[in-house]
Ligand binder design. Structure first.
Ligand code: ATP
Ligand code: MG
Length: 401
């Protein structure tokens, strides 16, 4: 989905709300990204119309957070979140407001937002509403809380981590008072569910400047409250993040943390951040591949066993962690794959029954062992993947065993 189409979908919803007599704006991160010339994540709409009215105006909607005033309008091009202007009441749990109140004032709505750069709105004439000097802060590349930082972080501790995440994505500085408040309140990050923390850490891994994020996590002491990331080993090796790139896969961030921490805390990592089985497999495959690469160059069996993505990531991460090992160009790795005679066992032209027939013996555990041996011999090009050739090879080897 191109950003133009996302904008067009949001604008058509904005127009429709206005046609019905309700003020509506595009709000939040999309406006920030527009001013930065950056591709927006989502283009969100805010409106004075209450959720029930939004649902009446648009035929296709989904209730994604209606108690907080958000209705998802299912525009044929792209779903758009439409949120009623709201204020938030007291926060007794450092996570979520106890209540939300719908209001008619956009300014009131913008005031509850986390950072000045995120408290911007744009109306259908293209006019930017900027009550908290967000444009100026964007111009100076500053992340600053709307209002009093200590109050804002006490309301919702996740905002501290969001500040770090935005710094990593945008290479912005966190304004002094805002930074001081994070240092002071860092411990309250423990009120936040690990799933939400992980989302932000994933975004730091995927960001353009992960080293900024990792350094800020340490400097603010947020990291003290994060499993594995709080280890000395990780904190003494922050320089590695300077060269890190997640290659578009946040699981590689976790794999890199695992490598930096010496691969001894994989279980803590998986459990501590509730990583998925797929993420766990990625972490383990990369750890295995890096261990091999630290000893030698990739063998045909390595190409055969590991996916291209794993080899590529492991090649890259090995070169970061071991500056004496030079990173091989992608082309050489791809060549390694192209040279493989088979990609998987299913391509082998004989099966266990063939081996049994040729052996003149009964089946048994030996069949599997010999299939493994055959597979390796084909990959190593000791025998061609051809029925006759394999039969000759088998009869020769099996008798000599
Ligand atoms: P991204 O590019 O990651 O989507 P974003 O700024 O759009 O960045 P979202 O999490 O999508 O971030 O939130 C949309 C908007 O909602 C933010 O721009 C901000 O105005 C507001 N917001 C989100 N989370 C919070 C929060 N925890 N506290 C206050 N305002 C928030
Ligand atoms: Mg967003």
């Amino acid at each position: 989905m191109t950003s133009e189409r996302k904008w067009a979908a949001a604008q058509s919803i904005q127009d429709e709300l206005e046609r019905h007599g309700y003020e509506a704006v595009i709000v939040g991160g999309a406006v920030r990204d527009l001013l930065l010339g950056r591709d927006p994540g989502d283009v969100d709409v805010a409106t004075e119309a209450e959720p029930q009215i939004v649902k009446q105006i648009f035929q296709k909607t989904a209730d994604v957070g209606i108690e907080h005033g958000t209705v998802m309008v299912l525009h044929p091009d792209h779903p758009v979140e439409v949120t009623t202007y709201r204020t938030e009441s007291s926060y007794s749990d450092h996570r979520r407001p106890d209540e939300v109140h719908f209001v008619k004032s956009l300014k009131e709505d913008l005031k509850r937002r986390d950072f000045t750069m995120n408290a911007l709105a744009i109306n259908s004439d293209g006019h930017v509403m900027d009550y908290f000097s967000g444009k100026e802060d964007i111009h100076h590349q500053i992340i600053r809380c709307v209002g009093n930082p200590e109050e804002r972080f006490s309301e919702d501790a996740l905002r501290m981590l969001r500040a770090v995440r935005f710094a990593a994505q945008l290479n912005f500085d966190i304004e002094n008072e805002t930074l001081r408040a994070i240092r002071k309140l860092a411990q309250s990050i423990t009120f936040i569910a690990v799933e939400r923390i992980k989302v932000e850490l994933d975004k730091i891994f995927l960001s353009k400047y992960p080293e900024i994020g990792m350094r800020l996590l340490k400097e603010t002491s947020l990291t003290l409250h994060f499993p594995v990331l709080n280890s000395d080993r990780v904190n003494e090796n922050l320089q590695h993040w300077r060269h890190f790139n997640a290659l578009g896969n946040s699981a590689y961030g976790w794999a890199f943390v695992n490598l930096i921490s010496g691969c001894k805390r994989t279980e803590d990592l998986v459990r501590g951040y509730k990583l998925s089985n797929a993420e766990k497999r990625t972490i383990q495959a990369i750890a295995n591949a890096v261990q091999i690469r630290q000893q030698s160059f990739w063998s045909p069996m390595n190409y055969y066993h590991f996916s291209k993505e794993t080899i590529r990531a492991a090649e890259f991460f090995t070169s970061i962690l071991n500056p004496s090992i030079q990173r091989m160009p992608d082309e050489i790795l791809l060549e390694g794959y192209r040279n493989l005679p088979i990609q998987s066992r299913s391509e082998i032209v004989v099966n266990g029954n063939d081996l049994i027939g040729w052996s003149g013996q009964r089946g048994g555990p030996w069949v599997k062992q010999w299939l493994n041996r055959l597979e390796e011999s084909i990959v190593l090009k000791e025998v061609q993947n051809d029925r006759e050739e394999i039969r000759d090879w088998f009869q020769r080897e099996f008798i000599n065993k």
